[in-house]
Design a protein around this ligand. Sequence first.
Ligand code: NAD
Length: 251
Amino acid sequence: LFNLQGKVSIITGGTKGLGREMATALAQSGSNIVIADLDEKTAKATAEEIKKQNEVEALGFQVDVTQEDQVQALIQSTIEHFGKIDVVINNAGICQKIKAEEMSLQDWNKTMEVNVNGVFLVSKLAGKEMMETGGGSIINIASMSSFIANTEAQCAYNSSKAAVVMMTKCLANEWVSHNIRVNAIAPGYMETDMAKPLFAEQGELRHVLDYIPMKRLGKPYELGGLAIFLASDASSYSTGSTFVIDGGYTI
Ligand code: NAD
């Protein structure tokens, strides 16, 4: 049920943090891996490491998900090498901690370009290929911030992640007849580089931990099981849904 042998999975922002752990989890279940990230050297090095540790093929490409020509090149290279795309994890994302009244339109747009436009572009171009080859599974990385307004100054980020949840539902509906399932994962506070600046101010981490029923941050590998579930036939009746992993924060 959870076997991904012979599958081809693209993970954006896959060189570190949550993306890297989800790529590793899919490889452990047998999927071939394509890492797409901003830095070519790191993307290729990450792919090499995944290949060494698992009996799968892995490639790494420099891709800025906001640039349509670069996303197109990623899709083309993947098709040339593997002949298909089974799974996409739209994981690349940025979080700017800027008070709304001080945020420039340029910064606002930057968040939207990566977190919303990037998810749309990769989904659109990979989705077209999936339609040709009989279907696939798209997994968007949203956030618990899609549903709640955190105390941190994250208006653009939360708005962008709310859009990811709605895009997940819309694409799921549009593409159900093409056998493409589209779901999202909404993580809570996870221990990655992205979360670090959120806790720069003294006492902020303690304040956050107070509100998490499990009293700890999530470890990046703790998304792996859900990523395998959504990528595989185990989730064959799930589409358009957002699955929360947040240590109980939003309950
Ligand atoms: P991270 O900063 O550790 O990693 C993000 C990765 O995305 C990096 O490798 C970065 O190079 C890549 N990236 C950024 N912009 C890109 C672009 N334009 N094109 C291609 N790649 C790009 O962050 P993370 O914590 O691992 O976050 C991964 C995803 O999970 C993000 O979408 C984030 O919003 C989401 N998320 C994180 C948390 C958390 O607490 N860490 C919580 C909820 C959701």
